[in-house]
Write a protein that binds this ligand. Sequence first.
Ligand SMILES: Cc1cc2nc3c(=O)[nH]c(=O)nc-3n(C[C@H](O)[C@H](O)[C@H](O)COP(=O)(O)OP(=O)(O)OC[C@H]3O[C@@H](n4cnc5c(N)ncnc54)[C@H](O)[C@@H]3O)c2cc1C
Ligand code: FES
Length: 259
Amino acid sequence: MEITDGVYKITENRFISGRTWVMKVQAPNLVPHIKPASFAMLRASLDYQYDPLLRRAFAIADVVDDELWFYYDVYGKGTKLLTQKKSGDYIQVLAPLGNNFFPEDYDHYILVGGGIGFAGLSLFMKYLREKGKSFKALYGVRRKEQLSMLEWIEENNFDVIIYTEDGSFGKKGLITQDLEKFAKEKPNTALAVCGPYGMMKAVVKLAKKIDVPCFVSLESKMACGFGICIGCVVKDTEKNTYVRVCYEGPVFDGFRIEL
Ligand SMILES: Cc1cc2nc3c(=O)[nH]c(=O)nc-3n(C[C@H](O)[C@H](O)[C@H](O)COP(=O)(O)OP(=O)(O)OC[C@H]3O[C@@H](n4cnc5c(N)ncnc54)[C@H](O)[C@@H]3O)c2cc1C
Ligand code: FES
């Protein structure tokens, strides 16, 4: 599907916990074209205003009936404005974005989602289950209130191993602590990772050490979202060149990208 710039109705926009909100947008024409790790650029500015001018990028965390679901953490101007939108309001959405997704040819996957990065993996989890693929999912945060996708996990009946750094929920410690053991359990395993750069860097380092393929879904500051502005590049160390997260990504072979 061509990238579409459309105006869509918001069916829900509510606070969940920590700094996270969920926004659901009715977009039936986009639904069949969304892949796990696809993302969208949402216009956060209020009607007839252009501040902030640039749209903000968000992973499409789920597709339910004719809706796209976004889980977003509130940081600055754009995400604060998004919280003001009400159910019944309309929002401008540029989607579907991204051209490279998680490879599908492994026998077993370990999904490693840190913080709001879990929203970059949730659709892949659904996809793997639909395809009858074997996987284990890990979700790590600092504190319990940051487990904003817990409700989604329960509603969808997924079995996820949860880590909190302060021990307030699930296992105490870092998401990487059992990863080496898990990654060695089954042959032809790949890691699929999304989260803060520090966490992704640690996962890639471990994956290199134990020689297990590792694919990272990256976030970077984006202006256009479709390859024109060159604002979102990361270094491809194998080709010694720069690649655009929005266009050549958002998923990359973690062994090739400089994090
Ligand atoms: C492909 C892609 C997918 C993404 N998916 C999601 C998603 O599903 N959910 C989600 O919440 N975010 C996601 N992001 C990040 C999201 O785009 C930014 O958080 C958002 O643009 C911030 O906009 P803002 O106007 O609120 O903050 P800005 O005004 O742009 O920034 C305000 C301050 O917050 C800091 N900041 C901005 N973003 C972050 C961040 N992510 N983490 C820590 N500090 C930050 C800035 O450095 C700045 O200091 C994604 C980004 C990309 C590129
Ligand atoms: S955001 Fe413009 S090239 Fe990627």
